[in-house]
Ligand binder design. Sequence first.
Ligand SMILES: OC[C@@H]1[C@@H](O)[C@H](O)[C@@H](O)c2[nH]c(CCc3ccccc3)c[n+]21
Length: 446
Amino acid sequence: MSEKVFPKDFMWGAATASYQIEGSPLADGAGPSIWHKFSHTPGNTYNGDTGDVADDHYNKYKEDIALMKDLGLNAYRFSISWPRIFPYGKGKINEKGVDFYNRLVDELLKADITPFVTLYHWDLPAALQDLGGWTNRDIAYWYTDYADYMFQRLGDRVKNWITLNEPWVMAFVGHFMGEHAPGMKDLYASFSVVHNQLRAHSKTVKAFREENIKEGKIGITLSNSSHDPATNSQEDKDAARLAHEWTNYPLFLNPIYKGEYPSGIKEYASEFLPHNYENDLEEIKEKIDFVGINYYSGDLVKADTKSFLGGKTVERGLPKTEMGWEIYPEGFYKILKGVQNEYNPKEVYVTENGAAFDDKVVNQGVHDEDRIDYLKKHLEQALRAIQNGVTLKGYFVWSLLDNFEWAWGYSKRFGIVYVDYKTQKRIIKDSGKWYSQVIKNNSFEF
Ligand SMILES: OC[C@@H]1[C@@H](O)[C@H](O)[C@@H](O)c2[nH]c(CCc3ccccc3)c[n+]21
């Protein structure tokens, strides 16, 4: 393999999520999600933005799939909105909700685009939050029933499944920092949410095996930020390792692959883990087919006794994206190599990588050189990882379209396609044209 070309059959895609692009959150019998309620609660999102319209993808999905085809994508990662299927989270089924995803999948297959389905990307049915949501142990059963129903309805055409998107963010940004739905600030709740997501994930993997989906594969997508020690001191090294075990893939892959939480979590955070959590570890240790890695940025960690787990992040002084995240491509390699070294997964997919920049339309185009530079530098590190033994099989850029960026609303643009929210017009950015060349050449050099 020449040093700049990806392996043959490497999968090139783009990723999105239901609440961020679809709009029409309550259409055709859908129930409200916790993000519908959170974004409609004053003060929670920039400018009071909500997902009521977003990219209107619920109505424009055919046009957007034609765009994906134009770009030459051979895969597309999207999420299913649980409350469109089960408006109250369990019990009554909303056929019109199922019908939307049936039509979406059929249109993707017609365009020769492989669907990668995320079963949960944070839009929990609000009715389940009324019962405690992810802090209620019974959610493992509610979630598995929902997932198993989707396997039955779409499993004949959808072969690649992701149980959860970024369970760390759901647990801590949503239940400790309070900046995401459901807006809680309770560290004990956060660790219960970690544990119940792992229980739900593994019960679902077991149900998936029983459904016997032909050539089916199932995995989980985890958020990661490369944490390096601010200095060579033992305190900073320890703080960086703890930050890694807490916020990155080990918090979930250790239980899944090794049947226990990372040593630092057991040593310094065991008081927050649910009572008798050990009784669930055997069941959580359920084989998965691939690991999904999300990566955006890296940081330095400095020992700090006032911070949770004794570390605080400090900056390197590197260029930043519009999110204020430092651009650190080497960290991408470290995370990918680290996953392979520690768990040796059969397959790895980059399920999200991308950047927000201050995109402007000039003469009907968007000349986002900064995003091209970001993507190129990260693809170089992804290829380097493959050349160093990482079983990386595909890459999904975040995101296909500019969309609802959670608490930031529509103020941050991550798309390789620009969305004019007043007209809902799509404009392929220069980065989208560049990415389409990457796919055609299977290389970032052409
Ligand atoms: O922020 C860009 C994307 C989101 O739009 C995706 O829905 C989400 O999966 C995702 N995760 C990350 C990295 C972790 C993170 C999430 C939320 C806020 C800050 C960091 C970045 N992103």
